[in-house]
Design a protein around this ligand. Sequence first.
Ligand SMILES: [Zn+2]
Length: 143
Amino acid sequence: MLSLERRYVDEVIAHAREDAPNECCGIIAGRDGRPTQLYRAVNAEASPYRYNVDPKDLLRIYRDLDNHGWDVLAIYHSHTHTEAYPSPTDVSLAAWPEAYYLIVSLADEAKPVLRAFRIQDGRVTEHELQVVDDAGAHLDAAR
Ligand SMILES: [Zn+2]
């Protein structure tokens, strides 16, 4: 199960809307399975049908992750006209077996749908996405 504070979910949806009709992409860093920071990335494809995290941008993000001792918790991207499920291209290009793949669908503009998956050896498994409120997360972090 992936647990995300509401603000991460809001940010992914906001990014998707800003980049529409093109797909957006980005990375959520984490430590011990808990999200720590969201990085918007450049979609090198600038396309409504596919995404590829710009290699220079990926390097920038990796450096920052390294500096903080964080991992790639999740990679997110948007589907502007199709459901929030990995496309055959997403599956064949999946390069992070340890990370969650978050897909936000804007197919229904008024009701964005966000779902979480793992893609390992060409196999897609869906994982529960738990959205917690930011106040709760704050208490949790203060322990
Ligand atoms: Zn996709």
